[in-house]
Write a protein that binds this ligand. Structure first.
Ligand SMILES: Nc1ncnc2c1ncn2[C@@H]1O[C@H](COP(=O)(O)OP(=O)(O)OP(=O)(O)O)[C@@H](O)[C@H]1O
Ligand SMILES: [Mg+2]
Length: 278
């Protein structure tokens, strides 16, 4: 069981996250939604300790995550992988090496400095790339891949950490609808088949509704909604995003619409699979 208790983060006078409390059972797929500046990224960053909490505490079972230091902190960051909107790969390194970098926290500094990965690690990395359907890109520099492919490399790298929890900060915000679907399907598959808890910030409501069994809505640093997709009524949406015509079309539009996306691709004379890099 993963728990946040009155977690708060201030930047100077600005309260980015304001006394947030919730539990996440192992294996849940949770979407966090909210307007820009609501505190979604800060919340995820505190969970894997890219940011420290200003007050409150974060727990994973008996472990108090928010007070970890040194080797114990690195161990937590291995258990709690994170992927980002901008993928955060090393563009000049080949895809396979980028994926192998996910093992760094598992190994001694000397082996890491020598850039020596074992045969087992390489096999594991190829397996992760195969699972994401991009094994044919293994020897290409990561920077030459499409955005959708790069995000799949980032997911493969996260899998190499053998995490208990996978955090994703707007993982599809830079992707076209077809690649967005491929990436969200991959996150769902990891959640369902491996039982890994997935917590993802999303900026479109319908993606959260389609993929997440639980949705947490944030506004001004606080949780204003926590429930199942079917509980997300118009009133709840208005509370999260603000009422009075402030809800933009992009928040509620169908961002993942495969038939429409394929129509567009076909009308452009491009094979869908080629565009997806498969
Ligand atoms: N390092 C920082 N220094 C100062 N203020 C920060 C810092 N990081 C975040 N903030 C502020 O905290 C608030 C919450 O930011 P956060 O990035 O968590 O929002 P968000 O919900 O992820 O927004 P977006 O949808 O735009 O990504 C914002 O007002 C932001 O300006
Ligand atoms: Mg953010």
């Amino acid at each position: 069981m993963f728990q946040l208790k009155n977690v708060t983060r201030q930047f100077g006078k600005k309260i980015a996250v304001n006394s947030v409390t919730f539990d996440i059972p192992q294996g849940q797929m949770v979407g966090i939604i909210g307007r820009s500046g609501a505190g979604k990224s800060t919340l995820l960053r505190m969970i894997n300790r890219l940011n420290d909490v200003s007050a409150g505490s974060i727990h994973f079972g008996d472990l108090e995550v928010s007070s970890l230091r040194g080797a114990a902190l690195r161990s937590w960051q291995r258990d709690c992988a994170m992927i980002f909107q901008q993928f955060n790969l090393v563009p000049r390194l080949d895809v396979l090496t980028n994926v192998l970098l996910g093992r760094l926290n598992h190994r001694s500094t000397v082996l890491s400095i020598l850039n020596m990965f074992t045969r087992e690690e390489r096999i594991m990395a190829i397996g992760a790339l195969e699972r994401l359907g991009i094994e044919q890109t293994a020897l290409q520099p990561a920077g030459t891949l499409s955005g959708g492919q790069q995000q799949r490399v980032a997911i493969a790298r996260a899998l190499m950490q053998q995490p208990k929890m996978l955090l994703a900060d707007e993982p599809i915000a830079s992707l076209d609808p077809l690649n967005a679907k491929i990436v969200m399907d991959a996150l769902r598959d990891i959640n369902e088949r491996d039982g890994i808890t997935v917590v993802t910030n999303l900026h479109t409501l319908d993606t959260a509704r389609n993929y997440c069994e639980r949705i947490i809505g944030m506004a001004h640093g606080s949780v204003v909604f926590d429930g199942q997709p079917q509980d997300l009524t118009a009133a709840a949406v208005a509370e999260i995003y603000g009422s009075g015509g402030e809800i933009e079309e992009s928040m509620t539009s169908t961002s993942i619409n495969i038939p429409a996306a394929q129509d567009n691709i076909q009308s452009a004379g491009i094979k869908p699979l080629a565009l997806a890099g498969l």
